[in-house]
Design a binder for this molecule. Structure first.
Ligand SMILES: [Zn+2]
Ligand SMILES: [Zn+2]
Length: 450
């Protein structure tokens, strides 16, 4: 395994997969007292870091505002404040305008203090206004602190927009360990899913020849294992266990930079989570935290993997499967029924979907031929669901689809259509060509709803 020595600083290295991997974030620190590094931004990030702009909500300001200001004072760094009254900052137009209104041309850099929304806002404004930003995570709740996209809600609709990564991330474990239990459980969910995400990547590599890096998978897998082994201590707020969790999530973010795509961090379990999130919004049902949804959907995917990989596909007749598959018209009708107003977005995502017979059969043949190797490689590595369930339960987090408000029918529909939300090949795509997706969805939904 190749792990760069300076993994928490910007780096570039030649990997065994033949690619050069790099990570652009200048300084990442995950430790007790990491906040103090704010006083040394000139030394670490550049002489132009004279005046900061702290984006923070009132609750966090009460808890750690003074600490942040003290660290900046210590280094002689000037600052001004963008204070959100409500403890719940929404990543929408109103918040964007508030930040822009408080900004002025004396500001050299922004400091985003918080978990999801504040970072999404800072990433977006940083990229559009070309003002660098530093992220101060307050919860190890997801792997997106180093991301280059922003998830915003514009006109009431969730949108992913291109944005900019922070120049530094200072994650103070003495702050992280006091985050609400729900956020910590979400972080565990967004980390433990990396195992099935890597399976989906490998499957696309074997079937489609998609570029793949075993080294990246191994590096992420090692830290996921380390965190999982210690995970029961996370609920006790053991600072080392929280640090492991934060490092695991951060490394997963770095791994996405290395390979220039989300493959090491997200697979079908994320598609399932996006799908149920879309459905919840359509029905005006409560939406759960990203990592909470991902955790439960990882358990679903573990069942899906067991169900598919235990089958024998050597004697399937791909011609019969093709005859039973939906043609373009039937497919479009079905998508309209399932996705309603979001259907146009789904059609765009799937514009290269294969309907033409020869191409369909050629791909199905490739899937069929790849299955023996996929089974041989992956069956021994399917994660232990029970271990994940006990960690989630210890944190009081949901571990069953019904705890997210999903009926057996909802879950079946999610397994059947989740693959449509992203044009990213997973075992659910392969299952369609193997003619078993419907049956797998039914069996797994029934089993998970018992
Ligand atoms: Zn590589
Ligand atoms: Zn995620």
């Amino acid at each position: 395994m190749i792990i760069p020595e300076n993994i928490w600083q910007a780096h570039s290295f030649e990997c065994s997969c033949g690619q050069v991997h790099s990570q652009p974030i200048k300084d990442i620190s995950i430790t007790k007292g990491a906040l103090d590094k704010l006083g040394a931004v000139k030394e670490n990030l550049g002489e132009t870091y004279n005046k900061g702009f702290i984006i923070i909500d009132s609750l966090l300001n009460e808890l750690i505002g003074d600490k942040i200001k003290a660290a900046l004072d210590q280094g002689g760094i000037l600052y001004s404040l963008c204070l959100f009254d409500s403890p719940q900052v929404l990543p929408n137009e109103t918040s964007i305008v508030k930040i822009m209104a408080d900004l002025d041309d004396t500001i050299d850099f922004m400091i985003a203090v918080g978990s999801g929304a504040v970072n999404d806002l800072a990433r977006f404004i940083s990229s559009r206004c070309r003002i660098p930003y530093i992220s101060i995570p307050t919860a190890a709740s997801m792997d997106g602190y180093s991301a280059e996209v922003s998830l915003l809600v514009l006109n009431g609709i969730k949108k992913t927009l291109n944005a900019t990564h922070p120049t530094a991330i200072y994650a103070d474990t003495s702050i992280l360990k006091n985050a609400p239990p729900k956020l910590v459980a979400a972080g565990f969910g967004d980390l433990i899913c990396k195992k099935t995400a890597a399976f989906d990547w490998r499957i696309s590599n074997l079937i489609n020849g998609e570029s793949y890096c075993q080294n990246t998978v191994d590096v992420v897998d090692q830290i996921v294992e380390k965190t999982a082994n210690n995970a029961l201590k996370i609920s006790e707020r053991d600072e080392t266990a929280i640090k492991d969790l934060a490092e695991g999530l951060m490394l997963s973010g770095i791994a996405m930079h290395w390979v220039g795509k989300s493959r090491p961090a997200a697979g079908a379990e994320h598609h399932l989570a996006h799908f149920i999130g879309m459905k919840a919004m359509m029905k005006n049902h409560p939406v759960h935290l990203h990592g909470i949804e991902v955790a439960v959907m990882t358990l679903v995917m573990i069942e899906v993997y067991h169900e598919i990989l235990s089958r024998d596909f050597r004697n399937i007749d791909i011609n019969v499967i093709y005859e039973n598959s939906l043609d373009k018209d039937a497919y479009e009708k079905r998508i309209l029924e399932v996705f309603k107003d979001s259907a146009p977005q789904i059609f765009k995502e799937n514009e290269n979907k294969i309907f033409e017979k020869e191409a369909w059969l050629a791909h199905a043949q490739k899937v069929k031929e790849s299955m023996p190797q996929i089974k041989e490689e992956l069956i021994p590595r399917i994660p232990d669901a029970q271990r994940i369930i006990s960690v989630l339960t210890s944190m009081g987090a949901p571990a069953k689809p019904e705890e997210l408000g999903l009926t057996e029918e909802d879950l079946k529909e999610a397994i059947l259509y989740a693959k449509e939300v992203r044009n990213k090949y997973t075992i659910l795509d392969a299952a369609e060509y193997l003619g078993c997706l419907e049956d797998v969805a039914e069996k797994v939904a029934a089993k998970m709803s018992r």
